[in-house]
Design a protein around this ligand. Structure first.
Ligand SMILES: Nc1ncnc2c1ncn2[C@@H]1O[C@H](COP(=O)(O)OP(=O)(O)OP(=O)(O)O)[C@@H](O)[C@H]1O
Ligand SMILES: [Mg+2]
Length: 236
């Protein structure tokens, strides 16, 4: 069995328009892989295709050696892949506590309690808001709930789409180490990040997308040393 999340030759259309063209991408366990690219390049579409939310036109998606292409989102989640989609996607009507419990609904009562404790240890500010309706939280607190859910679910792979969007730098600085901790525990993380300098600083590998295609894959250092690669992708 080959460990890793592997995407090969993935094509996707949205509303009849081809938006992903022959995407090849690999995530390794315990590593942060950054995915960069301009608005509309196809980053979120790729996340949604991997998570099974948008059905790919063709291509292979393997999770630790097992095909997940064509599976329903719940089945993909159950096989160890969690996606935090773009926008603050916690269940707004639920309290913070219930959002955390929903994430751990597969756990025994005692395992759930200790998982929630670990998550609240990471985000003590959520402990004070446990009974608050999630929709009433700040954007940063909602992202903390989303990451707390990931800590509780303990996925093998986590796709994080623009966690920092609209957040103050101090809040972003709180979230980044949590992703690094998850990776240190063996989670393979895909990080889509508007602040490219943050992504390049913490990622072990990086892909750049341009108009639905991967136009660069390699080490962050290569992009830091050749900023022209990123500039042309963001201007395309
Ligand atoms: N709901 C939708 N229905 C149809 N087409 C869409 C939809 N959302 C996005 N697209 C199209 O898919 C392509 C890729 O968009 P996508 O949102 O995946 O890019 P992105 O890289 O995530 O951009 P951003 O940085 O703005 O989040 C674009 O051409 C976009 O117009
Ligand atoms: Mg997006």
């Amino acid at each position: 069995m080959s460990a890793g999340l592997t995407v090969r030759g993935l094509n996707l259309a949205r509303s009849g328009k081809a938006v992903l063209h022959g995407i090849d991408l690999a995530l390794a366990p315990g590593r942060i892989t950054a995915l960069l690219g301009a608005n509309g390049a196809g980053k979120s579409s790729l996340v949604l295709a991997i998570a099974g939310v948008l059905p790919a036109t063709s291509g292979a998606i393997d999770l630790d050696g097992r095909s997940i292409a064509g599976l329903r989102p719940e089945a993909i989640r159950a096989s160890g892949l969690a996606a935090v989609p773009e926008g603050h996607q916690v269940l707004n009507e639920l309290s913070v506590e219930d959002n955390l419990k929903v994430a751990g609904s597969h756990l025994s009562r005692s395992a759930l309690r200790s998982a929630v404790d670990v998550a609240l240890g990471t985000f003590p500010e959520l402990r004070e808001r446990l009974q608050a309706r999630s929709g009433n939280l700040s954007g940063g607190q909602q992202q903390m709930v989303a990451l707390a859910q990931a800590i509780i679910v303990k996925p093998r792979y986590l796709l994080a789409d623009e966690l920092s969007f609209g957040l103050a730098p101090v809040v972003v600085a709180r979230l980044v180490p949590v992703l690094q901790d998850l990776a240190a525990q063996g989670v393979g993380v895909l990080l889509i990040e508007q602040f490219t300098h943050i992504a390049l600083k913490i990622a072990h590998a990086v892909y750049v997308m341009e108009r639905g295609r991967i136009c660069f894959s390699g080490e962050p250092l290569e992009l830091i040393e050749n900023p022209a690669i990123l500039h042309s992708a963001y201007l395309a």
